[in-house]
Ligand binder design. Structure first.
Ligand code: TYM
Length: 330
């Protein structure tokens, strides 16, 4: 029996260890929203090969990410946790959407420009069509809501445009998805601790705090965090380092920014950074404990992956059948 909950889709690339940016911008919201929606949480391994990956490492990262989803409390029975490459319809829909995406439209994507600049020796066609695959992920499940960090906003707009275009060209078929993006102060864009003008990212580890870092590493990274020459612990555009630390603290301690500012009224930067680190260590501890238990249970992980594959395939097949019919395939 189909339930009448609205549908939610989101995905994370298994391209390295997740950062607290991934957690606050995406994963934490996955957990919050999971009871109110019929959720599809995907490990987007097809996306990750747009950058070179070592096959054995990719395989391990994929298991790690499923284990991390579970460790954060995502319920695999109630929702669907699955691996993108195990559901062929993602690639099938990508082709149909590609033929309805304009070259100029794809060329405008800022992430493509950034990644091309970062990997000038590997500007492959997959990197270019990455947002079309992402649109296929979302539209295949007829998702109403897509929780993502701020950096994915432009890709989501493309997914909406492609859904609308398809519906107008053929007939209403695809749900037009809404983004779910936290506010900036709520963690939509966590910045690098070593360079708070740059987004924290799994691919450059300098100022990135990883979800599975040891408490000692977390403390060390926060102690080194870049601040400014002022002494005030206030959220302000002119203070990117301090604002970022306040955002992280308030997200991990479930306080507002102004409550957090009050906590540190007469505190120096050194002590402030230690308190932020402690809030992160405490917040991650239960997840890390669960993770180390789950990652050892390969049979359980295989079972979760298999159940997810079956549920996702069933749903995706329905959409792709409709789409193929509309475009005129026999
Ligand atoms: P990925 O794997 O780069 O990141 C996963 C999620 O984490 C968010 N995020 C951040 N949020 C706040 N601060 C940061 N510093 C930060 N860094 C990353 C991302 O916005 C994302 O929500 N293209 C996507 C994966 C994807 C997807 C999809 C997402 C593929 N198909 C369909 C939603 C729906 C990506 O590269 O995420």
């Amino acid at each position: 029996m189909e339930n009448d909950k609205k549908i939610l889709f989101s995905g994370i690339q298994p391209s390295g260890y997740l950062t607290i940016g991934n957690y606050l911008g995406a994963l934490k919201n996955f957990v919050t929203l999971q009871n109110d929606y019929d959720c599809y949480y995907c490990v987007v391994d097809l996306h990750s090969i747009t950058i070179d990956q070592v096959p054995a490492v990719l395989r391990q990262n994929t298991y790690n990410l499923i284990a991390l989803y579970l460790a954060c409390g995502l319920d695999y029975k109630q929702n669907t946790l699955f691996i993108q490459s195990q559901v062929p319809a993602h690639c099938e829909l990508t082709w149909v959407l590609s033929c309805n995406t304009m070259f100029g439209e794809a060329r405008r994507m800022t992430q493509f420009k950034e990644k091309s600049a970062k990997h000038p020796d590997n500007i492959n066609v997959g990197l270019f069509s990455y947002p079309v695959l992402m649109a296929a992920d979302i539209l295949l499940y007829q998702a109403d809501l897509v929780p993502v960090g701020n950096d994915q906003k432009q890709h989501l707009e493309l997914a909406r445009d492609l859904a609308i275009r398809f519906n107008n060209k053929f007939s209403p078929t695809l749900t037009v998805p809404e983004p779910y993006i936290a506010s900036k102060q709520g963690g939509a864009r966590i910045m690098d601790l070593a360079d708070p003008t740059k987004k924290m990212s799994k691919s450059d580890n300098g100022g990135a705090v990883l979800m599975l870092d040891t408490p000692e590493d977390i403390m060390r990274k926060f102690k080194r965090a870049v601040t400014d020459s002022d002494t005030q612990i206030k959220y302000h555009a002119s203070k990117p380092g301090i604002s970022n630390l306040l955002t992280i603290y308030s997200a991990f301690s479930s306080k507002t920014i102004s409550e957090s500012e009050k906590d540190f009224e007469d505190v120096g930067y050194g002590d402030f950074k230690i308190r932020v680190a402690e809030s992160v260590i405490e917040g991650l501890r239960p997840i890390q404990n669960e993770y180390s238990r789950i990652i050892k249970d390969k049979a359980f992980l295989e079972q979760v992956i298999d159940e997810g594959r079956q549920k996702a395939t069933q749903k995706a097949f329905k959409t792709i059948r409709k789409i193929y019919k509309k475009v005129g395939f026999i």
